[in-house]
Write a protein that binds this ligand. Structure first.
Ligand code: ZN
Length: 542
């Protein structure tokens, strides 16, 4: 253990491994605080837990919408090896105004529900003045080989919990316990000193005065939204976890690159803004992070005691989810959207439910599919489309709508004109996606793109999604071509006439994705009820 005299020095410090007393049984529960008046605020805070060593994630670039592996870790290593020694470092900071003479701490490692698999207790006996921070470290072998390695079916476990019991009374105990999920996605935050100080000067939603505690509150809200987002294809919700894994406090003057005052990124070694990943960039008032600016103070006061839905949305982009509002013919008109502004959160609709509390069914499955990976793709789950798709139209009397004219538009472009068959069906034409076989410009020789080659294009992606020919053509990972529109004209209706004998319907790519994930990998049929009659009389000529 090493003591540091400032938080910034602490953040830059390397760790020292503790020798810990490992106890198997007999550790008491959490801390207790005697009823007591505090002359000055006192608060020891476990701000966050990080893991070392980190391994870099893949960096994915999108040239003309095609994902390329622009940088990959040495040997493709993104996780520790089975049996590899790793260290968990907890940051303990004195956020109050009085000194502490140290604390007792206990790590508990939970492999599942029930009592911890192991516990480890120790003490820190140095004086901690206000602002001081120390690292409390715990070693662990990254799964014993005999245990078969990590189980990526769920990241809810293992769970590591650090509890501290300060030697002196601690006025604010909510931050004396901190959870860390070793298999979860680690997120690093950057924050300008001005904003950091302003957060530390205000009571947050947990009742403490700590920027890190405020962020942890947002992270917890995200994990709770994962659990809440249950669907037939995700019966126990999103089995992912996110961690606040690092906080970097920087001078405001350096906050010029892609973010102004605060930002958040998937950490794990490579820190890089990617335009396909949302960045959380707040506050924005006056284009600065000067906390003397009334607009910035208003923003801070509006979020400090609550979950910042905008932040949760942007952090979800870090996990690869796209703006689902793009996937609707009416853009923002989703009847029951989720956190990403679209998709379907049914049955979690109705009074008392909030879109920000749920991931949509599409997003829940997408997040679960990415559990084993650390690669940083964006929207690649959209590639999961049945190999052939057909649409069946139903007349208003419930019978198949036969011999109806259908025009199909991909966004605003007419792509197909076809008549429904005796069952009211049409087959959707697949449109080609570029491939190395069909179009070698996609694979090599492109100026200014040295990384472009078949090996790095990687279709399927490193995360197991294959882009194939589909009615959507080359899929835009931002979702700008994710809607097929159908103009359906009743039998005997005329193309030229703008008669009432016409329905306009839409199929968005999330429905195709969900059909694929339901197991309809080869073919899927989508059914639309129409207001049209199977045998309308022909309209009168004008
Ligand atoms: Zn967004």
């Amino acid at each position: 253990m090493r003591r540091e005299h400032s938080l910034k020095a602490l953040l830059a410090a390397s760790f020292l491994l503790l020798s810990c007393l490992t106890l198997l049984v007999g550790i008491e529960g959490g801390p207790s605080t005697p009823a007591q008046a505090f002359a000055k605020p006192s608060d020891l805070d476990v701000t966050y837990v990080e893991r070392e060593p980190r391994y870099p994630v893949y960096i994915i670039d999108y040239d003309e919408g095609v994902p390329y592996v622009a940088a990959s870790p040495e040997n493709g290593k993104t996780w520790p090896d089975v049996g590899e020694a790793v260290t968990f470092n907890a940051h303990v900071v004195n956020k109050g105004e009085v000194a502490f003479s140290g604390f007792t701490y206990t790590w508990r490692f939970y492999a599942g529900d029930g009592p911890p698999l192991w516990e480890s207790t120790g003490q820190y006996a140095g004086v901690m003045d206000p602002g001081d921070g120390v690292l409390v470290s715990q070693g662990w072998n990254w799964y014993e080989a005999s245990a078969g390695g990590p189980d990526h079916r769920t990241h809810r476990y293992p769970k590591l919990v650090l509890t501290i019991i300060p030697n002196e009374p601690d006025e604010r105990t909510a931050n004396n316990v901190r959870e860390y999920y070793p298999l979860g996605k680690d997120i690093a935050f950057f924050v300008a000193q001005d904003l950091y100080d302003a957060f530390n000067a205000r009571a947050n939603a947990t009742g403490t005065y700590s920027y890190e505690d405020w962020v942890q509150y947002q992270i917890k809200a995200m994990n709770e939204a994962f659990d809440r987002s249950t669907y037939p294809l995700a019966p126990d919700g999103v089995r992912e976890r996110v961690n606040l894994e690092a906080v970097y406090v920087v001078p405001a003057a350096s906050a010029a690159n892609n973010w102004r005052c605060a930002g958040a990124y998937i950490s794990d070694g490579i820190f890089r803004a990617n335009t396909y990943r949302g960045t959380w960039d707040q506050p924005r008032s006056g284009g600065n992070c000067n906390m003397g600016d009334a607009g910035n103070v208003d923003w801070l006061n509006s979020v400090i005691r609550s979950v910042d839905d905008g932040l949760v949305h942007e952090l979800s982009h870090q996990l690869g989810l796209i703006d689902a509002y793009n996937l609707h013919a009416g853009r923002w008109d989703w009847p029951c959207p989720g956190i990403m502004g679209g998709g379907d959160r049914s049955p979690h609709c109705g009074a008392g439910t909030d879109p920000s509390d749920y991931y949509s069914s599409q997003d829940a499955v997408a997040l679960n599919l990415e559990l084993p990976y650390r690669a940083r793709y964006y929207g690649e789950y959209l590639f999961d489309i049945p190999r052939s798709m057909e649409v069946r139209f139903i007349a208003r009397d419930g019978r198949p709508l036969r011999n109806a004219y259908v025009e199909i538009y991909l966004e605003d472009k007419l792509t197909q004109r076809v008549l429904t068959d005796a069952n009211g069906k049409i087959a959707l034409l697949n449109r080609p996606v570029p491939s190395c076989a069909s179009d070698d410009q996609w694979c090599d020789g492109r100026a200014g793109r040295p990384e472009a080659n078949p090996g790095q294009w990687r279709n399927p992606t490193l995360t197991g999604h294959s882009q194939r020919d589909s009615p959507f053509g080359q899929i835009d990972v931002i979702g700008r071509n994710g809607v097929l529109r159908f103009k359906v004209r009743a039998p005997n209706g005329k193309w030229e006439s703008d008669s009432i004998l016409e329905d306009r319907l839409a199929l968005d790519i999330s429905e195709a994705n969900l059909a694929y994930w339901q197991g309809n990998r080869d073919s899927a049929t989508f059914v639309f009820d129409t207001s049209l009659a199977d045998s309308e009389p022909a309209p009168e000529p004008p």
